[in-house]
Design a protein around this ligand. Structure first.
Ligand code: PMT
Length: 401
C-alpha cells in the first residue's frame, strides 16, 4: 500500500519510542522506504541500530557529522519525504516547531520539508493538558500540521488520562489513509448496512445473518476518500468507522424513516443492508407462552416497505446502488431487481457460496449495469469490493458533471 513512498520518521525522547519500533516495522511491511531521524534524547530510549536494522537504512542523529553522501542531509531528507511522521512527539518537539526553533537535525529537517507532517504526541497528562502545549498544538493545526490524537490510559508515569501515544496499528492506518485520494469531497453518501430485526414479543425477534461488514467497509472507504458519510445500520457488533455519522435502527420501518431523513441532501445511496421484507403483524405485549394443548404457533407476517424500491423510483439525478442476495439464478434475479428498483447498478452475491455474502471478510460479486452489462468478479476482500463500487460511482458522478 505504501510502495515507493518515502516516509521520514522523527523519533524524539519519550518512553513511547519503543512503540515506534513497531511502527517502523509495520511501515516496512507496507513496502514504504523508511528513514529515521532520532534526537539525541531518543537514543537514550532505543538505539539507532534497532531502527537501522528494521528500516534497512542508516539512522540520522547528528547534524554536523561527516556526511554519508554529499547531499546536505536535512535538505535531502526534507525534499525526498512524501510524508513526515513525528512519533513519539514530545511537548518539546511540538513547542520547538510551533515556535520556529531549528536547532538539531530533526527540527531543521521538519522546517525544511514541504511534505505533510504528522505528529503522534506522547507525554504525561498534565503536560499534554498544559495550555502552553495545547496552544502550540492549535497553532500547528492551523498551519496544516496534523495530529494523531493520543489515547487515554495509565501512562508510564503511573498517572491516568490523555497522553498515551496512539497504537502503532492506528498510526500506520492513519499514514496509509493520508495517501488515499480525496476524490469524493463535497459528496454526501448514505450507506445502509446490517440486518434489521422485527420483534415478536418482549423476548423474541426475527432477523437474518447480515453482519454489516459489507456496508461498514463501503462507509469507511467512502469517508477515507473524502465523502460525507451517513451509515444507517441495523444491529451489528462492528466498530463505527471514524468520521462517519452513524444512525442506529432496528426495524425495516426505522431504516426506511432514517433513509428518508437523509435522502434529499445526499448524492448517492448505497443499499448494502439486508432489511427484512416482512414483520409480525402483531407485537405481543407479553411473552408468548406455550400451551400444553398447542403443537403449532401461527404468526401472521405483513409486508415491510421496500426501501430501495421507494427511493430508487424517486431518485431523480441521485445515484442509487443496490445489492442482491441470492441463492439461485443470480443474474436473472439481480436483473429483475435492478430494473424494478431503478438502481444505477446492482451488486449481486450468492450467499450460499463459500467466501461470499454474510459474515465473511471476502465476497464474490457480479455487478450488473443499467445497460445489462454483467461483470463477474473473483473472490476478493470486502475492501476491494468497496473500492470497485466506489470507482464505478465516481465515474457515474463524473458523467453527470
Ligand atoms: O452484512 P454482511 O454480513 O457483510 O453481508 C453482506 C450482504 C450479503 C448483506 C450484502 O452483500 C448484500 O447482499 N446485501 C443485500 C441483502 C438483501 O437484502 O438483498 P435483497 O436481494 O433481499 O434486496 C435487494 C436490495 O433491496 C438490497 O439492496 C436491499 O438492501 C434492498 N431492500 C430489500 C428489502 C427491503 N425491504 N428494502 C430494501 O431496501
Amino acid at each position: 500500500m505504501l510502495k515507493d513512498k518515502n516516509i521520514i520518521v522523527g523519533v524524539t525522547g519519550g518512553i513511547a519510542a519503543y512503540k515506534v519500533v513497531d511502527v517502523v516495522s509495520r511501515l516496512k511491511k507496507q513496502r514504504a522506504n523508511v528513514e529515521v531521524i532520532m534526537t539525541e534524547n531518543a537514543t537514550k530510549f532505543v538505539t539507532p541500530l534497532t531502527f537501522q536494522t528494521l528500516a534497512l537504512n542508516p539512522v540520522y542523529v547528528e547534524m554536523f557529522k561527516e556526511p554519508r553522501n554529499w547531499d546536505v542531509e536535512h535538505i535531502s531528507l526534507a525534499e525526498k519525504a512524501d510524508l513526515f511522521l513525528i512519533a513519539p512527539a514530545t511537548a518539546n518537539i511540538i513547542g520547538k516547531i510551533a515556535n520556529g526553533i531549528a536547532d538539531d537535525l530533526l527540527t531543521t529537517t521538519i522546517m525544511a520539508t514541504k511534505s505533510k507532517v504528522i505528529f503522534a504526541p506522547a507525554m504525561n497528562t498534565n503536560m499534554y493538558l498544559n495550555p502552553i502545549v495545547q496552544d502550540n498544538i492549535d497553532k500547528l493545526k492551523n498551519l496544516g500540521y496534523e495530529f494523531i490524537e493520543p489515547g487515554v490510559g495509565i501512562l508510564a508515569c503511573q498517572t491516568y488520562g490523555p497522553g498515551r501515544m496512539a497504537e502503532p496499528v492506528d498510526i500506520v492506518e492513519y499514514v496509509i489513509n493520508s495517501f488515499k485520494e480525496k476524490d469524493f469531497s463535497g459528496i454526501k453518501i448514505v450507506v445502509t448496512a446490517g440486518p434489521t430485526i422485527e420483534p415478536l414479543d418482549p423476548v423474541r425477534y426475527i432477523t437474518n445473518h447480515s453482519s454489516g461488514k459489507m456496508g461498514y467497509t463501503i462507509a469507511k472507504l467512502a469517508s477515507l476518500k473524502g465523502a460525507e458519510v451517513v451509515l444507517i445500520s441495523g444491529p451489528t457488533h462492528l466498530e463505527v468507522p471514524k468520521n462517519v455519522k452513524l444512525v442506529r435502527v432496528n426495524t425495516t420501518l426505522e431504516m426506511f424513516n432514517a433513509v428518508k431523513e437523509e435522502f434529499d441532501s445526499c448524492h448517492v445511496l448505497i443499499k448494502a443492508a439486508a432489511p427484512l421484507d416482512f414483520r409480525p403483524e402483531k407485537v405481543f405485549y407479553d411473552k408468548i407462552k406455550k400451551k400444553d394443548n398447542e403443537d403449532e404457533l401461527n404468526i401472521k407476517y405483513i409486508r415491510n416497505p421496500d426501501i430501495a424500491e421507494y427511493f430508487g423510483n424517486r431518485k431523480k439525478d441521485k445515484i442509487v446502488v443496490g445489492f442482491a442476495a441470492e441463492t439461485n439464478n443470480l443474474v436473472q434475479h439481480a436483473k429483475e431487481k435492478l430494473k424494478k428498483k431503478n438502481f444505477d447498478f446492482i451488486v449481486a452475491n450468492n450467499v450460499k457460496e463459500a467466501g461470499a455474502g454474510f459474515k465473511t471478510d471476502t465476497n464474490i460479486v457480479t455487478i450488473i449495469d443499467k445497460d445489462g452489462t454483467v461483470t463477474d468478479h473473483p473472490i476478493m476482500s470486502k475492501e476491494k469490493v468497496a473500492e470497485i463500487i466506489l470507482d464505478k460511482i465516481k465515474i457515474l458522478l463524473n458523467n453527470k458533471g
